[in-house]
Design a binder for this molecule. Structure first.
Ligand code: FPP
Length: 258
């Protein structure tokens, strides 16, 4: 078992967000249908979530279905929703045992009723957990999230008579769906693509990005550890210079922001 030293553990990310890409290519390279890749991708979720919990990464967010994925063939979309249902049915007991709170970001009303119901009931059943946090981005798109946030903030100023000039980031971020989550420290994307694909665009302002050449079904515990090892070597400056950081040598924006 790979262990991080005490001082390395302190530098580990608090929140890792993952763009699980490459299921289709993984399946195609084996002469199998795309859903075979997605099925193997779901199997992999458990090992990565377990590894995160083991190393004290408190928050994991998975990009499971984007607003743009709605344009995929119906057969693939309904297959993905069935996989989501199976995953939640199978994992609920583990989430409860491990004290993991499930959340979702994205417009759940755009999912089929059965998927919406199981997501909502799993969220409800785990809502008192606080050891770790698993968030599924489902029918999620960052631009849509920002537009909804602007609509929500605009309603607030119309109702309260506040001036739009009072808006600052901390107020606005409370109108985003991620209001209960810290910003991601590390974003992992598999399958060798260097894109954010409409995922947590504002929250990623200071995230470190790690791109793995592996397709998601092959991105195992060891690959996750490699991403963490890479992350702890990085210097997160948050706009400051190295010299300014040296005396405090801190790893999180929360600890250096006033
Ligand atoms: C990207 O691979 C993957 C997706 C669009 C879906 C990711 C979903 C899962 C792993 C399953 C559902 C998740 C949970 C947590 C139940 P791709 O199909 O775009 O791959 P390609 O780029 O090689 O075609």
């Amino acid at each position: 078992m790979t262990k991080f030293s005490e001082s390395e553990r302190e530098k580990l990310p608090k929140h890792v967000a993952i763009i699980m890409d490459g299921n289709g290519r993984w399946a195609r390279s084996r002469g199998k249908p795309r859903l075979f890749g997605h099925r193997n991708g779901v199997k992999n979720v458990r090992s990565v979530v377990n590894a995160a919990r083991e190393f004290g990464v408190q928050y994991v967010t998975l990009y499971a279905f984007s607003t743009e994925n709605q344009n995929r063939p119906d057969e693939e979309k309904s297959g993905l929703m069935r996989l989501l249902e199976e995953f939640l049915k199978r994992e609920l007991a583990t989430l409860l045992k491990d004290g993991t709170r499930l959340r979702a970001i994205g417009d759940l009303s755009g999912l089929p009723k059965f998927a919406q119901e199981i997501v909502e009931s799993s969220i409800e059943k785990t809502k008192h957990n606080s050891t770790s946090h698993l968030t599924l981005a489902l029918n999620y798109g960052s631009r849509q999230e920002v537009l909804s946030g602007i609509q929500s903030y605009t309603r607030e100023i119309l109702e309260t008579g506040k001036s739009p000039d009072q808006l600052d980031w901390s107020t606005f971020s409370n109108h985003l769906e991620t209001r209960d989550l810290p910003d991601p420290d590390l974003i992992i994307r598999t399958s060798g693509e260097f894109r954010l694909s409409n995922f947590l665009l504002l929250q990623a302002a200071y995230a470190e990005i790690f791109v793995s050449p592996l397709h998601w079904p092959d991105f195992n515990r060891d690959a996750f550890i490699e991403a963490l090892q890479n992350y702890i070597q990085r210097e997160r400056r948050f706009g400051k210079t190295s010299d300014q950081l040296a005396p405090i040598n801190q790893n999180s924006i929360t600890s250096i922001a006033p």
